[in-house]
Design a protein around this ligand. Structure first.
Ligand code: BG6
Length: 493
């Protein structure tokens, strides 16, 4: 594997603390970083190397699986250096350039990780280019960009126009950390490495699909970002639409990045556009009020720190989509996400159609239940297939049972999504990163809803913290019998 310098802009911030540094440490522990790889932390704070190492040690300590291993940390720390700099200061970039060039320890393959405010992506890229830091004559240069890529369709297009002046598409690594989650990748393995399911994976057998990401946490200290975003931008435009592409796509030509991304874009392009008059039939938003989570009384959104008075930002969003292609035409797909909900979980639930005939009409089993396939993304990483079986005994009674193909054995360690993604950047593997057209088409899906919501500023539904969201969201369902699936446990044991 190539040696590289991992430059982290925003290295003293939250993402670096909770995700990036712990992930790099775990890569060290797994022996995945090549000998010469170095990490150059950039921040505004007046730190020296000792201070930086001490901080990183604390951050890693809080997250290290099985506790921090001092020997591994020492190896990791020997790769670390700190560079003090302000992103808004032009001279910083040429100083950085000289610093990388002059240091014999810093490899000239460089990955720039933008753990910074999205509004700064454009100007930082411009400055990197102007100061020659993107010059590839002595080694590759890659730029990792966090979500959100733009704020809506128009701003995503203009950000893309701006950065593509300085970077080729193959230098850009747009992160959606959901794609680094093991179970998300397992969606593809499950679908394309097992022949059993694929013949059933279409409109002939599937009644509807639900993709849910719920969190019991509130917005915490992130309201300054979150209030301007809301659940639709924060979760649905990115993570949930990505999950949907994997669930719904056609088998790619190969697992190579471009083939995979071609198929994902085809799904996004096939999503039926939501016309302005249909926004209310397709989308639902709400905001949490105070309530009880895990036995604790918690604030409503409007009482959270830094939330502007009277904000109508949604903390819950649900969306009904149709994919107009041969495989999925007519199958409703429901995406749903919320903060301060009853439980934290991510779940893909696939509900199969009723059997075509009610054979058992004249028995105590009056009507048959539908089969579900449940893909638990987190916290349980599992795959369950629910089937109906006869109860032992003389009568024709049935119960639901679940075939369980759990992903992880108890002795197998759980890795964080960022570990996989940070490593892929060094290896130049872009299959788990977003190509620009994926981002653009995802914005096209949610843009009509965002535009309608932006003009309706006087009312938002509410739900008590700790609940599963407002009852009224049921209005999205196409049929009376459809309902939100909250849990992996069989509904009718
Ligand atoms: C982030 C969102 O992208 O994903 C957060 O900005 C959300 O609001 C988070 O909480 C969820 O990801 P995970 O991996 O913690 O489930």
């Amino acid at each position: 594997m190539d040696n590289c310098t991992y430059v982290i802009f925003g290295a003293t911030g939250n993402l670096s603390r909770v995700k990036l540094m712990p992930a790099l440490y775990h890569l060290e522990a797994a022996g995945k970083l090549s000998e010469g790889t170095r990490i150059l932390a950039i921040g505004r704070r007046d730190w020296d190397l000792e201070k930086c190492t001490g901080q990183v040690r604390e951050w890693v300590n809080a997250k290290a699986r099985g506790g921090l291993d001092p020997e591994v940390f020492e190896r990791f720390a020997s790769r670390l250096s700190y560079f003090r700099g302000d992103l808004t200061e032009q001279g910083m970039y040429s100083r950085l350039h000289r610093h990388i060039d002059d240091s014999e320890h810093l490899p000239s393959n460089v990955a720039f990780y933008m753990a910074i405010r999205p509004a700064e992506f454009g100007v930082v890229t411009e400055n990197l280019s102007d100061s020659g830091l993107l010059d590839e004559s002595r080694g590759w240069k890659r730029v990792v960009i966090e979500k959100p890529f733009g704020y809506d369709l128009e701003s995503a297009q203009s950000l893309q126009r701006r950065i593509s002046r300085y970077l080729r598409e193959d230098q850009l690594y747009r992160i959606d950390h959901y794609l680094g989650k093991g179970t998300v990748q397992n969606v593809l393995v499950y679908r394309f490495a097992n022949t059993m399911m694929e013949p059933l994976w279409n409109r002939n057998y599937i009644d509807h699909i639900q993709i849910t990401h719920s969190e019991s946490m509130g917005v915490d200290s992130r309201a300054d970002f979150y209030d301007g975003a809301g659940a639709m931008r924060d979760m649905i435009q990115s993570h949930l639409l990505q999950l949907l592409t994997l669930v719904a796509m056609e088998p790619p030509v190969s697992m190579e990045a471009e083939s995979l991304r071609d198929e994902k874009v085809k799904v996004l392009k096939s999503i039926r556009p939501i016309v302005q008059q249909a926004v209310h039939a397709h989308a639902f938003r709400a905001q949490y009020t105070e309530g009880v989570v895990d036995g604790q009384r918690v604030n409503g959104y409007l009482q959270e720190p830094k939330v502007p008075a009277g904000s109508i930002t949604e903390t819950y969003a649900a969306l009904k989509l149709y994919i107009d292609n041969w495989r999925w035409r007519g199958v409703p797909i429901y995406l749903r996400t919320g903060k301060r909900m009853a439980e934290s979980q991510s779940l893909v639930s696939i509900c199969f159609r009723h059997p075509p005939q009610q054979f058992f009409r004249d028995t105590p089993m009056d009507h048959m239940r539908q089969n579900w396939v449940l893909l638990g993304i987190q916290p349980a990483e599992c795959l369950k297939v629910e089937m109906t079986v006869k109860e032992p005994g003389l009568e024709m009674r049935t119960r639901q049972t679940s075939l369980d193909a759990s992903l992880r054995r108890t002795d197998e360690a759980q890795t964080d999504a960022y570990e996989e993604l940070l490593l892929d950047v060094i290896q130049g593997d872009r299959s788990l990163f977003l190509r620009y057209d994926e981002v653009e088409y995802a914005w096209r899906v949610v843009d009509p809803v965002l535009r309608a919501w932006a003009t309706e500023r006087d009312f938002i539904h509410t739900y008590p913290a700790g609940s599963w969201g407002p009852e009224e969201s049921r209005r999205l369902f196409e049929k009376e019998a459809q309902h939100w699936r909250h849990s992996l446990a069989p509904e009718h044991p």
